[in-house]
Design a protein around this ligand. Structure first.
Ligand code: ADP
Length: 460
């Protein structure tokens, strides 16, 4: 019931689809279809466990979070049993979890020669069952008031990968697919085949998706032993040793050890076979038969201007009046000039890192100002120099009523900007897939992009 209630609250389109497809049939059939949706274990689909560091909207930094919930919901809709395993971050948005409760069992997992207890929390996010792991470890791995950027990130996520597998193993679940994402949970692949399969936990096949080859998770080889992996066995050029220095590389380990490896667009899959692979191109070539690019999509329930509760006025492609009202509302909210409704408004929502073409974003801001348009940037940077640079630009324009820079993370505001913008820039130097250009299109804003990676596959 709670899962169905949550779906109603979110106006989940699966409810409508189920209702329409059973219209005119017996009440019992209608009940059955809703029950099936709420109790996915009753379906004959696959049992898929995603182990990830992010999930929207509960723990979101970027596109990885959107994909975990969007893909999870899409698979659930196809009748698969989907479960998500996340760290229990102290900074996560707990109000986005329904029925969050702690289980009365502790799961013990190995780390650095000792066994540690883990509290396991369960809840529902976007209609998906989620397990949150809270380690009882003195380093308080996930109580750091941020998701990433800690000095011991390698340790934090090696710990999490091990604990997540231990949870699946101890719960006796017969999982068909374990899907791990990015370097943070790349450890799952070698751990599964080198440790857990030997314990008889071997029903699953491992899928690894690399959402960005820029981040690979490297460390001195000895650090691999922390989570119980065998350093001598893995510190080899054909296994986990990095291709250009003596460290070990978590993403390389997942490429070697997974049954299937994907990345997030066909063009990026080609790019990473050369320089885009950031040193892993040769490994990808060796394993090319199990490597492919699949274009990400967006969750069209979350990103839907006709139901979006953050918007001043909801609208759709056939009735764009609402778009003008949202533009007026954003102008008022951000104290921008509003005399000319048709004055074009350019939006940009991004993490401010070199990959996103920060110099081109800066250029676009100044150029838009020069041409008499309006520009709204929503973004924040994990790089202090970039954050400072954009704070300088924000100050420069503070008395200009056509330009606004909002240098923080703000989910609600992001929805309003997509709705208000006429154009949306994504000038990335490289872009594995990119979701903002898709969201912009969904909100009737024209994306202006560089021809790279997923921007090439989705916009051109
Ligand atoms: P990446 O994963 O490289 O950051 P994507 O385009 O794949 O880039 O996904 C970015 C996601 O994060 C989008 O959902 C976008 O709306 C959101 N986002 C990025 N920056 C912010 C911000 N400052 N505030 C709110 N949402 C943001």
């Amino acid at each position: 019931a709670s899962m169905l209630r949550e779906m109603v609250r979110k106006r989940d389109s699966r409810l409508r689809e189920a209702y329409l497809s059973y219209r005119g049939t017996e009440n019992r059939d209608v009940m059955d279809s809703f029950l099936k949706m709420a109790l996915p274990g009753t379906s004959s689909g696959l049992h898929i466990a995603h182990i990830a560091a992010e999930m929207a909207p509960v723990a979101k930094v970027g596109g990885l979070a959107d994909v975990i919930s969007g893909l999870g919901k899409a698979l659930q809709k196809k009748g698969h049993l989907v479960e998500i395993i996340l760290p229990k971050y102290d900074c996560m948005q707990v109000d986005q979890v329904s029925n969050l409760k702690v289980l009365d069992v502790l799961v013990q997992s190995y780390f650095e020669g000792n066994m540690f207890n883990n509290k396991i929390w369960t809840g529902t996010v976007e209609g998906l069952p989620v397990y949150f792991i809270e380690p009882q470890h003195p380093a308080m791995f996930f109580s750091r008031a941020q998701y990433y950027g800690e000095h011991d990130d390698f340790k934090r996520f090696a710990y999490f990968s091990r604990a997540a597998l231990e949870l699946l193993y101890q719960s006796g679940k017969k999982v068909d697919i374990i899907h791990c994402h990015d370097w943070q949970t790349a450890f799952v692949a070698p751990l599964y085949w080198d440790v857990y399969a030997n314990l008889g936990f071997n029903s699953a096949r491992i899928c690894f998706t690399c959402h960005n080859f820029e981040y690979q998770g490297t460390a001195p080889a000895r650090d691999l032993a922390w989570c119980g992996l065998d350093v001598e066995h893995l510190d080899r050029p054909d296994r986990m040793r990095d291709n250009s220095h003596g460290r070990i590389n978590a993403v390389k380990g997942a490429i070697v050890y997974s049954n299937i490896v994907t990345t997030v667009s066909p063009t990026y899959a080609l790019e990473v076979r050369s320089e885009g692979g950031r040193g892993l191109q040769d490994t990808l070539k060796v394993h090319s038969r199990k490597f492919l690019g699949i274009l990400n999509g967006i969750d069209t329930d979350t990103w839907n201007p006709s139901t979006d509760r953050y918007l001043k006025v909801q609208y759709n492609a056939k009735d764009l009046q609402g778009k003008a009202a949202n533009k007026a509302a954003l102008r008022e909210q951000l104290n921008l000039a509003s005399a000319y409704p048709s004055q074009p408004l350019v939006g940009c929502i991004t993490r401010l890192v070199a990959q996103k073409g920060v110099h081109l974003i800066r250029h676009a801001i100044y150029k838009t100002a020069e041409l008499g348009g309006q520009f709204v940037l929503l973004g924040s940077s994990p790089v202090p120099e970039i954050q400072r640079e954009f704070e300088g630009i924000a100050d420069h324009f503070q008395n200009n009523n056509n330009i606004r820079l909002i240098l923080k993370y703000d989910d609600a505001l992001s929805h309003c900007i997509y709705a208000a913008s006429d154009m949306f820039i994504v000038p990335s130097i490289f872009e594995p897939c990119g979701l903002t250009q898709m969201i912009a299109m969904r909100y009737g804003s024209v994306p202006i992009v560089r021809k790279t990676g997923g921007l090439n596959d989705r916009c051109l």
